[in-house]
Design a protein around this ligand. Structure first.
Ligand code: NAG
Ligand code: NAG
Length: 263
């Protein structure tokens, strides 16, 4: 009775509007009785839904509450629900180059992704091998899982000489640091070629390797020559007497043998 008494008094327009709005709000709250997403209406009353990870074994009645039971292994429900059963986790098929990135549990769905080097393609609804960047292009890093390769042209000072889905452009070799000079400029597809700055430093290196073998060879040849000369001289001096002595001995031996036979 008190509000009615108040209403009869002259009210400012804004207060009247506020009163109207308040009344509207009240009626709105009452008309759909289960405003909460975690409730449902049954037999003219609001009952609690089942929390994620649980399914509704039986709905509420006029006198009893909903009965919720947990999802089984390999099942899930990720919402407040009135479902009579849980959903089955999907399979991440390794034969299709899929792998589970999130194993999933009773409240969250398992998430599959393509294995490293592959990305998901909507066209075939399958994993496709990542594209290779041609020479002169490098793969953008960090390489993103489940994303196709992003190829970017090598900037000046960098090169790529291979087809690769993972390799970045590599920096040119710095000949100065190596103490050498640049023999050939680098390109986006090839490295700089360095060479030693003084060719004279390389030349004495070669005789150092060949000199010992050359000396040994010369030594061997001279020894052989000396041996031939000595043998030649010896043969000339003693050769004739040697053969004469041999001949004499052979004759003697044969004579003895012959004598023996005669006896
Ligand atoms: C289920 O997994 C989700 C995401 O993978 C995670 O946020 C949540 O904490 C997990 N819940 C339980 C109960 O392990
Ligand atoms: C090579 O390295 C030196 C010393 O770090 C640097 O001064 C020079 O600019 C570099 N040269 C090239 C071609 O990058």
């Amino acid at each position: 009775m008190v509000p009615r008494a108040r209403r009869r008094r002259p009210l400012p327009a804004w207060l009247a509007l506020c009163a109207l709005l308040c009344q509207l709000q009240v009626t709105f709250q009452i008309t759909p009785p289960c405003a909460s997403e975690r409730q449902y209406e049954r037999f003219g009353r609001c009952c609690a839904k089942c929390e994620p990870g649980m399914y509704m074994s039986s709905k509420c009645t006029a006198t009893s509450e909903s009965i919720c039971l947990p999802c089984g292994p390999d099942e899930y429900l990720d919402t407040w629900n009135e479902e009579d059963k849980c959903l089955l986790h999907k399979v991440c098929d390794t034969g299709k180059a899929l792998v589970a990135v999130e194993p999933g549990n009773r409240t969250a769905q398992r998430r599959c992704a393509c294995i490293a080097g592959y990305h998901w393609s909507e066209d075939c609804e399958c994993c496709r091998r990542n594209a290779e960047c041609a020479p002169g292009f490098g793969a953008q890093h960090p390489v993103q899982l489940n994303k196709d390769t992003m190829c970017t042209p090598c900037l000046v000072g960098y090169f790529s000489d291979t087809f690769s889905s993972t390799e970045k452009c590599k920096p040119w070799t710095n000949c100065t640091i190596l103490g050498e000079t640049e023999a050939r400029h680098g390109t986006d597809k090839s490295d700089v070629v360095c060479s030693s700055p003084l060719p004279s430093t390389k030349l004495p290196n070669e005789p150092q390797i060949y000199l010992p073998s050359l000396i040994i060879l010369l030594l061997f040849i001279s020894v052989a020559l000396v041996a031939v000369v000595i043998f030649g001289v010896y043969y000339r001096k003693k050769g004739k007497t040697l053969t004469a002595n041999l001949w004499h001995w052979v004759n003697e031996a044969c004579g003895r043998l012959g004598g023996n036979k005669e006896m």
